[in-house]
Design a protein around this ligand. Structure first.
Ligand SMILES: *[C@@H]1O[C@H](CO)[C@@H](O)[C@H](O)[C@H]1NC(C)=O
Length: 184
């Protein structure tokens, strides 16, 4: 019975392309990511495309430019994109959790560039010898326009679940992804 449930579960997960290993992010962000699809995020190097792949390490110097985000939008929907580092200033002692790296709202469909920037893209800049940091991208479907949202002045101590609650973004992102990097 257990085995059968397990097999069915695996089959469903595979068919939806769901991610399973979130490396502690569910606990650390207080989010249920079990039904969340993998968001396509790519950093472009010199003639090289680097794909963000669920916790795979990417060198710090390869993640300094704003990445390309691609997804299949629902027709007529607006989206919010959030990038945070829960490991600020270190995963061992994350007293500045979560550090807000990027926040865009009112993205019409998948046209990221046409969205409204609330907090501009700030590339990964982990302190030296603070170990690996997880950098997480989350995409949310909005239930209404967020054009009246105020600027967020401080990147430190952002709380994605509070932001979701305050702005009607539902219980989970529709898609997410993350990479890890460190400063040697
Ligand atoms: C999407 O955002 C635009 C710009 O704020 C707004 O005019 C439109 O009503 C929004 N659409 C939905 C479905 O919320």
């Amino acid at each position: 019975m257990f085995l059968r449930t397990f097999i069915v579960h695996c089959a469903i997960s595979l068919s939806l392309g769901l991610a399973s290993n979130w490396d502690g992010l569910e606990q650390d962000l207080d989010l249920d990511l079990s039904n969340v699809a993998k968001l396509q995020v790519q950093f472009g190097g010199k003639g090289e495309i680097l794909e963000v792949d669920l916790g795979k390490e990417i060198a710090l110097n390869q993640v300094q430019q704003e990445p390309e985000i691609t997804f299949e939008p629902e027709s007529g929907a607006n989206y919010t994109l959030i990038m945070v580092d829960p490991d600020a200033p270190s995963r061992k002692k994350p007293v500045a959790r979560e550090w807000l790296h990027w926040l865009m709202v009112d993205i019409p469909g998948a046209n990221i560039k046409a969205g409204k920037v609330i907090t501009s893209f700030n590339p990964s800049g982990p302190p030296a010898r603070s170990g690996f940091h997880r950098y997480v991208f989350m995409l949310f479907k909005q239930s209404s326009s967020l054009k009246n949202l105020k600027r967020i002045r401080t990147r430190r101590g952002f709380k994605v679940t509070k932001f979701m609650e305050d702005n009607g973004l539902g219980n989970t992102p529709v898609a997410a992804n993350f990479y890890i990097t460190q400063r040697a």
